[in-house]
Design a binder for this molecule. Sequence first.
Ligand SMILES: C[S@@+](CC[C@H](N)C(=O)[O-])C[C@H]1O[C@@H](n2cnc3c(N)ncnc32)[C@H](O)[C@@H]1O
Length: 316
Amino acid sequence: MNIQPINNKQNYTAFSGHGGCERIIKNGRFNYITTETRFFRDYKTLKYAINYINEVFRDVKEKSFVVGACSTGEDIYSLKMLMHEAPVKILGFDIGKDTIKRARSGIFEFYIPHDKKAQKYTQFVEMNTFNDKFLVDECDNLSPEQVALKEEFNKLFKNIDSKNKMIYKLTEAFRKFLDIAYVEFDRKLYKLKSKDSNCTFVNGDILELNKILSTKRKNQLFAFKNAFYHIITNDEGAQRLSKPHSQTKPILDKIFQNINKSLDKNGLFIMGEEEHKQKSDVTIISKSLIDNGFIPIRTDSKYPSIWKKVKEVDYR
Ligand SMILES: C[S@@+](CC[C@H](N)C(=O)[O-])C[C@H]1O[C@@H](n2cnc3c(N)ncnc32)[C@H](O)[C@@H]1O
């Protein structure tokens, strides 16, 4: 049995998915990147996008997707599961070297709250959109949609480690706030049944897309979900401050020109549903998308989450 203190960023976020955070060096400075993620995060957005792709690109036999900010791989396999058996090649990239190593390992961990106390804690720290624990937990009252997703998950992954308890000791602040000293989780490990050569992972920065993307292949979908705050804000400890628009606009324009170039006409760019939660001003992202040949086609929260490429842009 493992007892760990919850007193730093890494452990704090470990429950909210399967990532945590990684320390990287960028522009000669240490930076923390938040790698939290989960299977089927932004489910409605992903599902809408896949239905659209299957309809609009029905003549493209093998689809091709690029998924940036792929973290430990959950976004990639969620898209793969939503495509069912339909042929698709997915290239994932992320700026975190260790994060990409984890994605390549094909091993995923889940923390299932063991009792009411743990549930109280996880309700407090977890992201409030799609919770993926039902995929591996024996819970009742699943909706038909959840049953279908669980079936897809079981086709791809197998349990490699039965219950392994984790006890987390909470900090003083949490103890006072929630009146709990310890929380207990069942930790379950899952592994890809077989490595899929159609899902590949590379270490890379969205600011250097030319090093990542093939110039020959056009894609039908490009995702960079819940990650733009890393580009448009400065991480000053607990506070994220928006960088001035005059600084971010040229950077975003370059990114969206490259994304535009990599997509088929009518191809989709997917942004996460949770961008706005990072206290940054994301209107600059919409402005840059519009200036670079995209129009919004779906809004799931305050800002559009799916954009369609409607015209080529002139790259000079
Ligand atoms: C909060 S996670 C989101 C993961 C996943 N897309 C999702 O929606 O759950 C943000 C991810 O963006 C990645 N990231 C941050 N800046 C990046 C950059 N410049 N290029 C590529 N990936 C980046 C981080 O390493 C991290 O894995």
